[in-house]
Design a protein around this ligand. Structure first.
Ligand SMILES: C[S@@+](CC[C@H](N)C(=O)[O-])C[C@H]1O[C@@H](n2cnc3c(N)ncnc32)[C@H](O)[C@@H]1O
Length: 272
C-alpha cells in the first residue's frame, strides 16, 4: 500500500487520466446530486437564480419548438426548464443517479444515460448545449471528438452553445497540497478516510488538475479532474477546424455582452 501511495503522491503527467468513476460513483453521486439541487450553491450546478437567467437567455436565441440536446444535463435543471418552455428536449448524462432524478421530475423530456463522447447522431438537433464549463474538463483528444460529434449531430444552421472559464481564473495560482481526515465519512467515501488533495498547474497556468487520493482502511483511490482556461482567441482557434461559424460570443451563459474581463466566456457556434 505504501509503494502505491508514494507512486500516486507524485505530480501527474499532463492529461493523465485516473480510472476511478467519479460522476457515476454510487457514493459520490449522492453528494453530487445534493449539490446540484442546492439552489444557492455554485457547485455541481450553478445557483438556480443563474440557471433561470441562463434559460431565459438561451430561449431568446433558440427558436421556439426547437429540438434541443443538453449534454451533461445532470438532474435536469436546464432541461426541465426547456421542456416547460415547449422545446422538444433530450438530456444526456452518465450519472445514473442524476438521470433517474431527471426522469422522475420531468416526464416531457427524454433522458439518456450515456457518455456523450460516444453519442452517434446525424443532423438530429436544432441546438446543443453544454453548460457550466464542462467542455474544458475534457482532455484535448476528447474535445476534438466531442466537437466533431456535435457538428455531425446538429441540423444545418443548428447552434452549439457552451461556456468555459477564462485565463483570469488561474492568474497567480500556484501548485499546492493539503490533507484532511473524515472520521465519519464524507464526500469521497462513506467510510472513515484520509484525503490527500493537490492542485497542479501546467502550460503557463492555463491547465490545472485537481488530484485527490482517498485512503480508507482497505483501499486507495486516485481522482484526477482537469480544467483548461481560455481567452477568446485560444477558444476560437481551438474550434476553428470543425466547420462552425461564430454566431456570438458573451461573458457568460446568461448572454452578458462580451467584455473579456469576466471569469467565464460563452460561445454560440452555428453549423455552416
Ligand atoms: C458540472 S456538472 C453540470 C451539470 C449541468 N450542466 C448543470 O449545469 O446543471 C457536469 C455534468 O456532466 C456529466 N458528465 C461529465 N462528463 C460526461 C460525459 N463524458 N458524458 C456524459 N455526461 C458527462 C456529469 O455526470 C455531470 O452531471
Amino acid at each position: 500500500m505504501l509503494d502505491k501511495l508514494l507512486f500516486l503522491a507524485q505530480k501527474p503527467a499532463l492529461w493523465q487520466r485516473s480510472c476511478e468513476p467519479f460522476w457515476d460513483d454510487e457514493h459520490i453521486s449522492k453528494g453530487m446530486l445534493e449539490a446540484h439541487l442546492n439552489p444557492d450553491w455554485d457547485a455541481a450546478s450553478r445557483r438556480h437564480s443563474y440557471i433561470d437567467c441562463s434559460v431565459k437567455w438561451l430561449a431568446s436565441i433558440i427558436p421556439e419548438g426547437s429540438k434541443i440536446l443538453d449534454l451533461g444535463c445532470g438532474p435536469g435543471l436546464y432541461t426541465k426548464r426547456f421542456s416547460d418552455a415547449g422545446y422538444d428536449v433530450t438530456g444526456m448524462d452518465y450519472s445514473r443517479r442524476s438521470i433517474a432524478y431527471a426522469k422522475e421530475h420531468d416526464t416531457k423530456a427524454k433522458y439518456i444515460y450515456q457518455n456523450y463522447l460516444e453519442m452517434d447522431y446525424a443532423e438530429e438537433f436544432d441546438a446543443i448545449t453544454l453548460i457550466y464549463c464542462d467542455y474544458a474538463a475534457l482532455i484535448p483528444d476528447e474535445r476534438k471528438t466531442l466537437l466533431s460529434k456535435i457538428h455531425l449531430a446538429l441540423k444545418p444552421n443548428g447552434l452549439f452553445i457552451f461556456d468555459v472559464f477564462t485565463e483570469k481564473t488561474f492568474y497567480g495560482k500556484k501548485d499546492r497540497t493539503s490533507w484532511s481526515y473524515h472520521e465519519n465519512g464524507g464526500f469521497w467515501s462513506d467510510k472513515p478516510h484520509l484525503c490527500l488533495e493537490a492542485e497542479y498547474y501546467f502550460e503557463n497556468n492555463t491547465v490545472k488538475v485537481d488530484k485527490t487520493i482517498v485512503i480508507t482502511e482497505n483501499d486507495l483511490r486516485e481522482y484526477l479532474i482537469w480544467d483548461t482556461v481560455y481567452t477568446k482567441q485560444t477558444l476560437l482557434d481551438e474550434v476553428a477546424p470543425f466547420g462552425f461559424q461564430i454566431h456570438g460570443i458573451y461573458d457568460d451563459a446568461c448572454g452578458s455582452p462580451f467584455t473579456g474581463a469576466a471569469d467565464t466566456l460563452c460561445l454560440v457556434l452555428r453549423k455552416g
